[in-house]
Design a protein around this ligand. Structure first.
Ligand code: NAG
Length: 529
């Protein structure tokens, strides 16, 4: 077939050819990357403070019962961060002195006995527990850059909504973690703080955009974390770093105090703020706090009868330009299906939802706004300015990352807001949402890959740019979803799945996460073996 024939052929065929070409390039790239990065990587020391391995709710209980002091827990986190950060580069700004002061106050409140323990448990369930969040949430007094060089001296005057809710319940924030430039890519790298390395193998990515957070949680440097997710930014880092991450139902956890802020109500409905933890049992209590007054909508305390659930699953979206799902991930999904069948007599039903093939055009088109991407990362506007910046990047003197500049360029292509294509994909999104809500009802869950491959090498996502289709499409539907770790691959990299439920049925995802944590072992300490 000649180039001309390919270019003039119907869209379907053209996509297929493009798909094959991309797979070939990615395969060649893989060899290249493995030669370039395929060394041992850097070692991180084992976790020595046992408290760092425990669930948030246990740490909170031990602090309340004076089995350990808040100061001791904060100090353990600080030690651990200092031990691992030279190899991982995940933690970017601290408030250690202030955190220690708050820890001493928490210990004093408990020691004084002025408030009965039961009352403290109700009013301040996280009293004295240290946590971290990504550098796209405002934390009073800390830099708030979102990885954008233009913002490198920006300091927050108040806390983001979700951060405030947690601090009001006694949690102590110790610092913030790295993100991709403007949080708009799935490898964590920017020109303020550099690149973050995977704790299981530092030659690999941590994912994004809550990549520093996923990394720090997995490495045991913080008791729990807060992430945000508009296309997979909680779930991909949870998956690549072997921890749990929950993106809540739309409109539950406040999105205030984030940069970039969602521009329209539709995009706001895609963006979810949620917990990232080593242990599934922590997701529910943290979500309950982060949901503020909306918590009643989720009926989180209503028991879930797993035996009565309807289970649907799909192994692959068969989308063009997306990698096939790794056989080890398919195998892990099959083990989950078998477990649910043997333990809970659940017969899962396989789905072949055809519209999922369109995940990327649906997400990309629905994410379009009138604001041009480059205005958020550069002083100048327009294609010429972007091209100039790309040249500067290649010679190593741009404040922007190459991928951001490409993203800015592609933002000048594709469907304009209000165009026929744009309106078409708004409708397709609605149809897919209807299909999902009807399938899931009030007792259904959907098992789906989080991502088609375990953590790739640094920079490799450039050759596999559309692989976040598996997470992104769920954002478009506003559905709750939890990334669940299922052990390590043969190469020693975390793998897992996501479980999706209907709107405000987050408790079904969380119940399955707890069940699979017990059955499959959940988080495993990095580089332990
Ligand atoms: C990290 O990955 C490289 C390349 O695949 C491999 O050679 C190395 O053994 C891995 N390191 C660890 C600690 O597993």
């Amino acid at each position: 077939m000649s180039i001309k024939q390919i270019l003039c052929s119907p869209v379907g065929l053209r996509l297929k050819v493009l798909h094959v070409v991309r797979i070939v390039i990615a395969a060649i790239g893989r060899i290249f990357f493995s030669l370039y990065y395929g060394n041992e990587g850097q070692k991180i020391p084992p976790i020595t403070d046992e408290i760092l391995k425990e669930p948030t709710i246990e740490v909170a209980k031990k602090i309340r019962n004076k089995e350990i002091s808040s100061v001791q827990v904060v100090e353990a986190c600080i030690r651990r961060i200092k031990d691992v950060n030279s190899a991982l580069n995940c933690f970017v700004e601290d408030r250690f002195e202030l955190a220690l002061k708050e820890a001493r106050e928490a210990d004093e409140l408990i020691r004084s006995g002025s408030t009965p323990i039961q009352q403290l448990e109700l009013e301040k369930p996280l009293l004295g527990v240290p946590f971290t969040t990504k550098d796209c949430f405002a934390v009073k007094g800390l830099r708030f850059t979102s990885g954008v060089v233009l913002r490198k001296d920006f300091v927050s005057e108040e806390d983001a909504g979700a951060i405030r809710l947690l601090r009001d319940k006694g949690a102590i924030i110790i610092g913030i973690t790295n993100v991709p430039e403007l949080c708009m890519w799935w490898e964590t790298h920017n020109h303020i703080y550099g690149r973050t390395n995977n704790p299981y193998n530092t030659t690999r990515i941590v994912g994004g955009s809550s990549g520093g957070e996923g990394c720090l949680q997995a490495a045991g440097g913080s008791i729990f974390g807060v992430g945000s997710d508009i296309g997979g930014s909680i779930r991909m880092p949870a998956f690549f770093n072997g921890i749990f991450g929950h993106k809540p139902s739309r409109g539950i956890v406040p999105n205030s105090g984030q940069h970039p802020a969602p521009e329209t109500d539709l995009i706001d409905s895609f963006l979810g703020v949620g917990p990232m933890t080593k242990h599934a049992v922590d997701l529910k209590p943290l979500l309950k706090i982060m949901a503020g007054d909306n918590k009643n909508k989720l009926k989180l305390d209503e028991p879930v009868n797993i035996e009565k659930l309807k289970v649907y699953y799909q192994f692959s979206n068969d989308a063009p330009l997306v990698d096939p799902v790794d056989p080890e991930i398919i195998m892990a999904m099959k083990k989950v299906l078998e477990f649910l069948n043997v333990q809970h007599k659940l017969k899962a039903e396989e789905k072949k939802i055809d519209l999922l093939r369109k995940s990327m055009p649906i997400w990309l088109t629905n994410m379009k706004t009138k604001q041009k991407f480059e205005t958020l990362i550069m002083k100048k506007e327009g294609v010429g300015a972007i091209l100039k910046e790309i040249v500067k990047n290649i010679i190593g003197c741009s404040g922007n990352t190459l991928i951001s500049l490409f993203t800015a360029l592609t933002d000048h292509t594709g469907a304009e807001v209000g165009s026929e294509r744009h309106i078409h994909y708004l409708k397709v999104r609605e149809n897919l949402e209807k299909l999902f809500t009807e399938m899931l009802g009030d007792d259904g869950i959907f098992l789906y890959p989080v991502h088609p491959t375990p953590a790739p090498y640094h920079n490799e996502p450039l050759l596999r740019p559309m692989n976040f289709a598996y997470t992104a499409i769920i954002n478009c539907l506003g559905l709750p979803t939890t990334a669940i770790p299922l052990g390590l691959s043969r190469e020693g990299l975390p793998i897992g799945i996501q479980v999706v439920a209907n709107h405000n049925n987050d408790r079904l995802c969380l119940a399955i996460a707890e069940e699979l944590d017990k059955a499959f072992g959940g988080w495993v300490e990095p580089q332990k073996s």
